[in-house]
Design a protein. Structure first.
Length: 95
């Protein structure tokens, strides 16, 4: 479980990631910017083993070693400089 800003996320034993709370910078990873008061599974993210939340952004490591991110990326905190906001999960390019 992790929390960042005004949102929360949980990693279930089955490897799914669930998010809820505010979503003004797409930190819930559902492709929208609409707040949700109840948990909902993040689409496309399976086999997660670890997660972390920052100020309106999320990073998740999967079982295969890939790192996924979404949310606020104004300062590159999600892992690339391509967009100020990543509304949906994407694979973070690691060196």
């Amino acid at each position: 479980m992790a929390a960042g800003g005004d949102s929360s996320l949980a990693l279930r034993a089955d490897g799914t990631v669930w998010t809820w709370g505010t979503n003004g910078l797409s930190q819930l990873g559902d492709g929208s910017q609409e707040a949700r008061p109840t948990p909902r599974q993040v689409p496309g993210v399976k086999n997660a083993t670890a997660l972390a939340a920052g100020w309106n952004h999320v990073l998740v490591q999967l079982q295969d070693g890939t790192l996924w991110g979404w949310g606020n990326n104004a300062d590159g905190q999600v892992g690339d400089g391509s967009a100020p906001i990543h509304p949906s999960p994407f694979v973070v390019p690691l060196p």
